[in-house]
Design a protein around this ligand. Structure first.
Ligand SMILES: *[C@@H]1O[C@H](CO)[C@@H](O)[C@H](O)[C@H]1NC(C)=O
Ligand SMILES: *[C@@H]1O[C@H](CO)[C@@H](O)[C@H](O)[C@H]1NC(C)=O
Ligand SMILES: *[C@@H]1O[C@H](CO)[C@@H](O)[C@H](O)[C@H]1NC(C)=O
Ligand SMILES: *[C@@H]1O[C@H](CO)[C@@H](O)[C@H](O)[C@H]1NC(C)=O
Ligand SMILES: [Cu+2]
Length: 636
């Protein structure tokens, strides 16, 4: 019995700040060796990577369902681990209760929450006799559990149970709110391939708790495929919720749900499990959110609840996107080159999207049906990744040019995340009720963990100086300096420089909850005489709904080559309302000492004196106009 394992002390959570160093550092070069365009098996995750997230610059945390993993901790199999990116080794961790198909996300102070899960189980994933621990797996019921982790760069941090939710949630989604608290949406009580009305939990609640769960109409009306609803906090402060064929804008403060258009072509929620992502929020698109959905499965509700050889049914190639703060309608985008269920969409620092994992037929889920492949409900794993370029012309956005396939099928219960060095960690796959390895098993429990190395991986990385340890919502701009090597020996390369913040998110079930890419506004001064440059970089817009507070990675990209990412804190590092300030205006870009005009630089500064340049600049007026527009647009 382990009844004392559960502490109902939510207040503990807010007491201490997170023990990760957020230092103003100059990033160096990657230490991992790899070949551009290829995967490399780098290590063993020790437990199967059903869920994972980058918690510290050098540490990925892995969460598995309860099963018979050979690695032991505290006298029972381990169901979690920490994968050290420097040594590529994992240490088993104790996550205490059964986090099977849990949700997760990060708070404004850097604390990660892992929430919900399944009842206690024994061999074969069958229900355990005791729900309080004991038995072979010693895994108390996790359906209400609120588990937190304050990540660390060593082995000194662990999961703890900080209390219970008011209701049971298996397959919940978690979204970070503008004050750094969390909203927890949906789920069911007992699990299964799809949901049903006897166990549905069509509500949302908050962490820290704001009381009883709130009923959600879209969750109540989109059975049976309303598990792990697809959600994004929008710059308007509303939350986009997509479930089965329905879409709404949720106002989480009033409970109002405004219906948007029906999702065309396919179901995107689990177990259809499309690849989904909010495209980059940039100054060029005025930080307007567009969400992309690709793949999934074209089935009607009644087709999910009868047993038929779904494993042979082709997945969808359809891509659709929506800009919910602007229009209620979906518009088609370039289809996937290969149909996929269970694709993971992962941001690369250059703003392109890496699409990895998944299967050409079938869906997520597993069972002992005669038609399953082993227990897998999916087949024809897609091994060749493909990349989506949001900047490319329509018809040309997808490409697998220069990419080599993986050799490891990664389907149900696989996951992926961007790493600071710009590689992508890919792990998991386990369409099995329990740990299942050995000869003749088509899709075993997979521990092998790969890194994928994008085209830029072995380029000399920029080593920008002046990266701050936190980014605010408006206020003074800051400067980042680039030297000759960072500019590839050519001052004009500064024209391509951008500064971006990426939240890598909580990866599970083809979702990366909270994943987001925001480009900061920046201008430059380039100096021809000594081939150096200064970037003038704005803080985030004065609106925490553009990027909720909490830790994220900052990258500087020059000539398409990203620096190694530095972990910074977005906001004040605390849970609570965030201060917003006026958005600064930046001096116009200029290359001093150049003989011809370049880019959008002006031509009145042959003396290389930036101050003279500003005072003379015809663009000064434009800057003031920009400032005015900014003030208006953020309602100041
Ligand atoms: C499915 O079969 C496996 C292997 O025989 C077994 O361990 C498991 O308990 C079965 N699951 C169910 C739900 O019957
Ligand atoms: C490069 O030259 C500019 C213009 O003279 C000067 O302001 C800047 O400090 C120089 N940078 C370095 C790193 O020497
Ligand atoms: C750039 O500066 C030179 C020298 O002052 C001047 O002769 C030329 O007209 C300028 N060109 C533009 C496009 O302003
Ligand atoms: C930019 O977005 C804001 C709201 O997010 C809006 O008020 C403003 O009109 C937009 N500006 C432009 C130029 O589209
Ligand atoms: Cu699952």
């Amino acid at each position: 019995m382990n009844t004392l394992r559960t502490f109902a002390v939510t207040s503990l959570l807010l007491a201490a700040s997170v023990d990760v160093a957020f230092a103003a550092t100059t990033p160096g070069q990657p230490t991992q060796k790899g070949t551009a365009g290829e995967f490399l098996v780098v290590g063993d995750s020790v437990v199967s990577s059903q869920q994972l997230f980058l918690g510290a610059e050098n540490m990925v945390y892995v969460v598995d369902k309860v099963e018979n993993n050979p690695a032991q901790i505290n006298g029972h199999p381990a169901y979690a681990s920490a994968f050290d990116l420097d040594s590529n080794t994992a240490r088993p961790m104790d996550i205490i209760t059964n986090a099977f198909c849990a949700g997760g996300n990060v708070m404004g102070d850097g604390t990660w929450l892992n929430v919900g899960g399944n009842q206690a189980v024994t061999y074969g994933g069958l229900q355990a006799e005791s729900q309080n621990g004991g038995g072979p797996y010693d895994d108390p019921d996790g359906r209400n559990s609120l588990r937190t982790l304050k990540p660390c760069s060593d082995d000194k941090c662990d999961w703890e149970i900080v209390g219970d939710m008011t209701t049971q949630r298996w397959y919940p989604t978690v979204e970070t709110l503008p004050d750094g608290t969390l909203i927890i949406l949906g789920g069911c009580q007992n699990g299964g391939y799809v949901n049903d009305r006897y166990q549905d939990n069509p509500t949302y609640e908050f962490f820290p708790s704001k009381g009883a769960p709130v009923h959600s109409n879209i969750l109540a009306t989109t059975l049976p495929v309303n598990l792990y609803p697809l959600t994004w906090l929008l710059p308007s402060g509303k939350i986009l919720v997509q479930s089965n064929y329905d879409t709404v804008l949720l106002d989480h403060e009033t409970g109002d749900e405004k219906p948007l258009d029906k999702m065309p072509d396919a179901v995107r929620t689990y177990p259809a499990s499309a690849g989904t992502i909010m495209l980059p929020l940039t100054p060029a698109n005025n930080f307007t959110a567009t969400v992309l959905f690709c793949g999934g499965t074209n089935l009607q509700s009644e087709q999910w609840v009868t047993s038929w050889p779904i494993v042979e049914y082709g997945a969808s190639t359809s891509c659709q996107k929506i800009s919910p703060d602007v229009s209620p309608s979906y518009t088609p985008d370039d289809p996937l080159p290969v149909a996929r269920s269970m694709a993971n969409f992962i941001f690369m620092p250059d703003g392109k999207i890496f699409c990895v994992n998944g299967a050409e037929t079938g869906t997520a889920g597993y069972g002992n049906d005669t038609w399953a492949i082993g227990q897998s409900y999916a087949d024809k794993p897609v091994l060749l990744p493909t990349i989506y370029d949001p900047e490319a012309a329509a018809g040309k956005r997808w490409s697998s040019a220069g990419l080599k396939a993986s050799t490891i099928p990664r389907m149900y219960h696989s996951s992926a995340t961007l790493l600071p060095d710009g590689s992508i960690l890919v792990s998991g796959s386990n369409p099995n009720a329990d740990y299942n390895v050995g000869e003749g098993i088509a899709y075993p429990t997979e521990y092998r963990t790969e890194k994928f190395f994008p085209s830029y991986y072995n380029e000399r990385r920029p080593e920008p100086q002046g990266i701050p340890d936190s980014i605010a919502y408006g206020g003074d701009a800051f400067e980042i300096t680039l030297d000759k090597e960072d500019l590839f020996g050519d001052v004009k390369k500064v024209e391509s420089a951008k500064v971006v913040i990426i939240r890598t998110g909580f990866s599970t079930h083809s979702m990366n909850m909270g994943q987001r890419y925001v480009e900061l506004e920046s201008t430059y001064y380039g100096y021809q005489s000594n081939t150096t440059a200064v970037l003038h970089v704005n803080q985030l817009p004065p609106n925490p709904s553009v990027l909720a507070p909490g830790p994220a990675l900052l990258f500087v990209i020059v000539n398409g080559v990203p620096s190694v990412g530095v972990q910074i804190m977005v906001g004040n590092g605390k849970v609570g309302e965030q201060e917003t300030k006026e958005y600064a205006s930046l001096p116009s870009s200029n290359i001093f000492g150049s003989s011809g005009s370049s880019g959008n630089s002006n031509n009145d500064s042959e003396d290389g004196n930036p101050d003279a340049a500003i005072s003379l600049s015809h663009k000064l007026m434009a800057t003031y106009i920009l400032l005015l527009v900014s003030l208006v647009q953020f309602g100041l």
